[in-house]
Design a binder for this molecule. Sequence first.
Ligand code: ARG
Length: 470
Amino acid sequence: MKKLWGGRFAASADSFAEEFGASIHFDKRLAPFDIQGSIAHATMLGSTGIISAAEAQQIVSGLARVRERLERSEIEFRVSDEDIHMNIERYLTEEIGPVAGKLHTARSRNDQVATDFHLFMRNAVIESVEALRELQQGLLEQAEKGRGVIMPGYTHLQRAQPVYFSHHLLAYAQMFERDINRAQDLWRRTNILPLGAGAIAGTTFPIDRDQVASLLHFDGVYENSMDAVSDRDFVLEYLSLASICMMHLSRLCEEIIIWTTGEFGYIELDDSLSTGSSMMPQKKNADFAELVRGKTGRVYGSLMGLLTTMKGLPLTYNKDMQEDKEGAFDAVDTVLGSLTVVTAMVRTWRVRPDVMRSSAEGGFTNATDAADYLAKKGLPFRDAHEVVGKLVRYCVEGKRALLDLSLDEFKGYSPLFEPDVFTALKLENVVDRRNSRGGTGSNSITRQIDIVRGFVKASGGWLSERRKSL
Ligand code: ARG
């Protein structure tokens, strides 16, 4: 019968509801993981005698055929089958007949979807570490190439003290190392098996969860069935590290945008990674850097979205949790895409050492060293600061730099100034003297480059160990 409110809906009420409730539009992405999990489950059902060995064999080879059809893009997903789990089961039934119905013994879609998602997320963790490591390598290459290039370091976006360009880049290499560490730590909570939890309470069948875990190369199993089906912490943690990583990328992109302006001109992006304007012929925009900066907001949104989805849910599975996937998928794609494009920008940008240097010369970036010079000659630092402040004001009025002054002019402000002040204030010396651990001096840069090389080596080893799980 026609509904009173039916005019508002293009489809009939039933098919509208079906469409609204379905997740196949997006969870089809879990297909290979669903098949992988089902093969392990069926194998275990066979080896524990819950189903016969022959039945298990039929199911496993049927699933393998479904996977081949999937790889040949011969699978068409149907909204009427609601989600990926039921779509795959229908194809399995097509392949092997009613015995397909035995696959779901001792299993629920609740522990099934959790398992699929764990398999998906551990892949994402690996791919993210790979992409972060590539970026670190790009930064390392540029840090090595840019040794000796002096730029102004900034606080409040005002020139502060000169630093080596390498030092600036190596700061990012450290930030991305923390992102890698977060992902590696998350591995421990991602690479565990929920399957075997059933719908909520476990199962009466004599299942062997350890066997399934080892077939899927999980490092362990959830020890509480209710926790197993209702936990999405591993997704939230990924979204959280993804958000922090995007924040790091966004900061780097912001610097790229600033550095490529005509006013700064510190670097130039490769033509392949910048775009022009449809109207203004002179334009060369850092669009991709802006896009990464912009996409950061969407990733934060996915984190806030899922936190909010989860916050009021009673144990255990609730349909709300079907909303966990789209944001996570989007975040994974966004992080990987952003890392790739930023790595390409870093690897191909052209640096303008002369521009950086003259900017460092112009901003009184050696003023701290003038104060340190006096302090080392015994003047209390506060007084030294005052003296140099006055010197700077004198220079600003005369539009000069500290190094343009004569010794007499220096002495006019403090008798402690000697001819060696000119060496002390030379930018090379200002930078190179800062060899305190973690400083910008060239010995420190050498040490930092070694440290980052060590990171790259270590994460390479970590990756080849973990790839065996996939
Ligand atoms: N499509 C569902 C999801 O993604 C699968 C789990 C459904 N379980 C259930 N009891 N309705 O969450």
